[in-house]
Design a protein around this ligand. Structure first.
Ligand code: NDP
Length: 386
């Protein structure tokens, strides 16, 4: 009999959270559940906690504490609420933490898991974008292990393993191109919320769906890849691949290109983060290459998708600029989702805020939190005065 690994799932009510629950349910012999968290969705949080027999359930917004207590009153599941409770949940002794909160809100709990040397399956790319080298330094200091959950970074992680890291020529980060890949710029001006949320290949939460439509998601992934893998910024190229079958590639100095392929189903990379260095069975649809027929690749268009250019600029200039990019983008995406700004205004707003605030040297995590809060205020003010 093998010992079960205990898992905590942060953001269990989201798209990544639901896929994680699906895997944990089908491998109940291998995994037990320590803690689950959500922001406000009490019903889905309580359901996941009960189904997986979690020890603890935490709701981020304290206004929902009583509702959660009521929903779990017939169980022995511990209940807590608020930002500090999220951090305390991350400090509980689980072997693996799946970090699937959306946005910089996930940074404090993820750092708490890192600081106790846990294995972190990182979906929440915004944390690595805004805290960058400070977060990787914490990982090294506390002997934590970070396994990427983003399908592209999981692909790179899988084809990089046990290979000569100093023999990498290029990392090729694939991008679906999103719903507006073939749209003219003039038509992108009138994109609606519903059109932007309808991703052609992946079913995801609202924020990442909009990021995919603007291609900011690929920009955030560029910065994430630079922090995760031993390459220079110039060695990371983005290539548009509309079928989302090749999840990313690594080119070595002898000209070999190694790729990881699979159907667009997040359960595969999540399962890998849970089972690494082993593999477990996942019921993801299998690729039928004869039906797929062909795989296409094209260069990205930074004119129609300026977010790609902005993210590369943030990576090149470094310091606090990636923190600024991320926070401004979170506020602009929220404004678009609330129909307060147009689709093209998202990247324009990010650019305006980046230009206005510029970059400072990044020296401490406190500075990350201060910068994040200041940029949110500046971006909201910039939107209000537009
Ligand atoms: P969702 O919007 O579907 O879910 C977000 C989760 O975070 C929910 O559980 C939500 O709780 C919780 N949450 C939101 N705000 C807060 C907050 N302030 N404090 C605490 N918890 C909060 O997002 P996704 O699952 O799509 O994405 C999660 C992360 O994974 C993102 O960083 C995304 O970029 C990344 N990712 C997602 C992929 C996907 O396929 N979805 C693919 C690769 C990466 P509640 O439900 O209560 O609001």
């Amino acid at each position: 009999m093998t010992l079960k690994k205990s898992v905590s799932v942060f953001g269990v009510t989201g798209s990544i959270g639901a896929s994680t629950v699906d895997i944990l349910k089908s491998h109940a012999d291998k995994y037990s559940l320590e803690a689950v968290t959500a922001h406000r969705n009490v019903k889905a949080l309580a359901k996941a906690a009960i189904e997986l027999d979690a020890k603890c359930a935490v709701i981020g917004d304290p206004d929902y504490y009583q509702e959660l207590c009521d929903a779990l009153s017939d169980t022995a599941i511990e209940v807590a609420a608020g930002e500090n409770a999220l951090v305390e949940a991350a400090q509980r002794p689980s072997d693996i933490v799946i970090a699937a909160i959306v946005g910089a809100a996930g940074l404090k709990p993820t750092l708490a898991a890192i600081r106790r040397g846990a294995r972190v399956g990182l979906a929440n790319k915004e944390t690595l974008v805004c805290a960058g080298a400070l977060m990787t330094a914490e990982i090294a200091k506390h002997g934590a292990t970070l396994i990427p959950v983003d399908s592209e970074h999981s692909a790179i992680f899988q084809v990089l393993e046990e290979r000569a890291e100093n023999r990498i020529d290029r990392i090729l980060l694939t991008a679906s191109g999103g719903p507006f890949r073939e749209w003219a710029l003039k038509d992108m001006k009138t994109v609606t919320r519903a059109q932007a949320l309808a991703h052609p290949n992946w079913e995801m939460g609202a924020k990442i769906s909009i990021d995919s439509a603007t291609m900011m998601n690929k920009g955030l992934e560029l910065i994430e890849a630079w922090h995760l893998f031993p390459v220079a910024e110039k060695q990371i190229e983005i290539v548009v691949h509309p079928q989302s079958v090749v999840h990313s590639m690594v080119e070595y100095s002898d000209g070999s290109v190694l790729a990881q392929l699979g159907s667009p189903d997040m359960r595969t990379p999540i399962a890998y983060a849970l089972s690494w260095p082993d593999r477990i069975k996942v019921d993801a649809p299998r690729l039928d290459f004869a039906t797929i027929g062909g795989l296409n690749f094209e260069a990205p268009d930074t004119h129609r998708f300026p977010a790609l250019r902005l993210a590369r600029q943030a990576l090149q200039e470094g310091g606090t600029l990636p923190t600024v990019l991320n926070a401004a983008n979170e506020i602009a995406v929220e404004a678009f989702l609330e129909d307060r700004i147009g689709f093209l205004d998202i990247a324009h707003t990010v650019e305006k805020v980046m230009t206005r605030l510029g970059s400072d040297a990044l020296t401490s995590l406190e500075q990350v939190f201060e910068t994040d809060a200041m940029v949110r205020r500046e971006t909201s003010a910039c939107l209000a005065s537009a």
